[in-house]
Design a protein around this ligand. Structure first.
Ligand code: PEP
Ligand code: MN
Length: 360
C-alpha cells in the first residue's frame, strides 16, 4: 500500500469539525423502527446511519436479521433524512445486494475478518467500488489478519478504506465484552498513518454506561471516528440490548466528549497505560473468579468433614500449604509477609465457609 495517503481522502473531503459518527441500531428490526431512529438522529453529528441486516450470531436460534427487505428501509432513510447509510456484509451475496440498494458504507464484521476466504470473497465482489469499506478487527488479537483484510481490499482497487476497533474476545471474564487492545491499533496506525481509525465502544463495552469513557479514551488516542449502536428503545432491542443508547443519550455523549489534539508521544503513553490497565483488570477478575472457585471446593471439603465428623481446622495441612506458597512467592518476587497476609485471609474465609456448613 505504497500510496496509502489516498486512503483517508474520503474522510478529509468530508471536512468534519467533529469525529466521524456512525450510529443506528445493532439490527434493523422493522421499517418503523429503522425510520424512527433515523429521524431522531437526523439533526445530530451522525454522518452514517448503521443497521445490521444480516446478523452473525454466536449461537443459532437468536434473531439473525431481517435480510434484504431491510435494505429498502435504509434507502428510505436516505430519502427521508438525507443520512448516508452503512451495513455489514459477510459474503458475495450481501455485497451485491448492498450495492444494488446503494448502501454508502460497508463494513466487514469481526467474525468475517478472521477468515481470509471470506474477506477475499468480499474483496472480489467489491472490486473497484468507490464505496467506503471499513474492516473490523478480527475477534482474536492478530494484527496481520487485520492488515491482511485491508490489503486484500486495496489490491482489488478499493481505496476508500478504514478500520474499526471493536475489541477482542477473551476467555477470562472482564468488565469489557471485548477487551480493547489499544496498543495493537496504535501499531496499525504507525504502519499506515493514513488509515482512518474508528472505535466501536458498543461492542467493546457491551454496556451502555461504559460507552462514554471508552469513546473518550479512543479520541484521546487520536481516533478519527466512533460507531455507536443507537435505538429508541434499547432495552427491547432484538439484539445487543444492553449496549445500545437512545438518540438523546448519543447526542449527550457527542456533546460531552472532549476532542484534544495530542502529540504522538502523549497518545503512545496513554495507549500503553490503557493497555497495562486492561491487563490488570483481566488479572483482578481472574483473582476473584478463582477465589470463588476455591471457596466452592472448600465447601465440598466442609461437607465431607461433616459426614466424617472431623474438625474444620487441620493445622498440619495448613502449614504445608503455607510453606509451599512462601517458596513459590519468593520465586515470583513476593515477600513472605505478603504471602502470609493473603493466605491467612483466604484461609479464614475457607474456615468461615466450612463452619457454616458444619453447623448447618
Ligand atoms: C455489529 O456491528 O453489530 C456487529 C455484529 O459487530 P462485530 O462484528 O464487531 O461483532
Ligand atoms: Mn451489535
Amino acid at each position: 500500500m505504497e500510496n496509502s495517503a489516498a486512503l483517508r481522502t474520503w474522510l478529509d473531503e468530508m471536512n468534519l469539525d467533529h469525529p466521524l459518527v456512525i450510529a443506528g441500531p445493532c439490527s434493523a428490526e422493522t421499517e418503523e423502527q429503522v425510520l424512527k431512529i433515523a429521524h431522531e438522529l437526523k439533526d445530530s453529528d451522525v454522518n452514517y446511519y448503521r443497521a445490521g441486516i444480516w446478523k452473525p450470531r454466536t449461537r443459532p436460534g437468536n434473531f439473525e436479521g431481517v435480510g434484504s427487505i431491510g435494505l429498502k428501509w435504509l434507502q428510505k432513510v436516505k430519502e427521508e433524512t438525507g443520512l448516508k447509510t452503512a451495513t455489514e456484509v459477510a459474503n458475495r451475496n450481501h455485497v451485491e445486494l448492498a450495492l444494488e440498494h446503494d448502501v454508502d458504507l460497508l463494513w466487514i464484521g469481526a467474525r468475517s475478518t478472521v477468515s481470509p476466504f471470506i474477506v477475499q470473497e468480499i474483496a472480489d465482489a467489491l472490486e473497484g467500488t468507490d464505496k467506503i469499506v471499513l474492516v473490523k478487527n478480527p475477534v482474536n488479537p492478530d494484527l496481520s489478519l487485520w492488515l491482511g483484510g485491508i490489503e486484500r481490499l486495496y489490491k482489488k482497487n478499493i481505496k476508500k478504506l478504514g478500520v474499526i476497533h471493536r475489541g477482542f474476545s477473551t476467555y477470562e471474564k472482564t468488565k469489557y465484552r471485548n477487551i480493547p487492545e489499544w496498543q495493537l491499533a496504535i501499531e496499525l496506525q504507525n504502519k499506515f498513518p493514513d488509515l482512518p481509525l474508528v472505535c466501536d465502544p458498543s461492542h467493546i463495552t457491551g454496556k451502555r454506561d461504559m460507552i462514554f469513557d471508552v469513546s473518550q479514551a479512543a479520541l484521546d488516542l487520536n481516533y478519527d471516528g466512533l460507531m455507536i449502536e443507537t435505538h429508541f428503545d434499547p432495552d427491547n432491542a432484538w439484539s445487543d440490548a444492553a449496549q445500545q443508547v437512545t438518540p438523546t443519550a448519543l447526542k449527550g455523549i457527542m456533546r460531552d466528549l472532549k476532542i484534544r489534539k495530542e502529540t504522538n508521544e502523549e497518545a503512545e503513553y496513554k495507549s500503553k497505560l490503557s493497555n497495562l490497565r486492561a491487563q490488570i483488570d483481566v488479572i483482578d477478575n481472574g483473582l476473584v473468579e478463582n477465589m470463588g472457585k476455591r471457596m466452592k471446593i472448600a465447601d465440598e471439603i466442609g461437607q465431607l468433614k461433616k459426614r466424617k465428623n472431623v474438625a474444620v481446622l487441620q493445622s498440619q495441612r495448613w502449614n504445608e500449604i503455607l510453606g509451599k506458597m512462601i517458596l513459590e512467592g519468593e520465586e515470583k518476587g513476593l515477600s513472605e509477609e505478603f504471602i502470609l497476609r493473603i493466605f491467612k485471609a483466604i484461609h479464614q474465609e475457607s474456615i468461615n465457609h466450612q463452619e457454616k456448613i458444619i453447623n448447618a
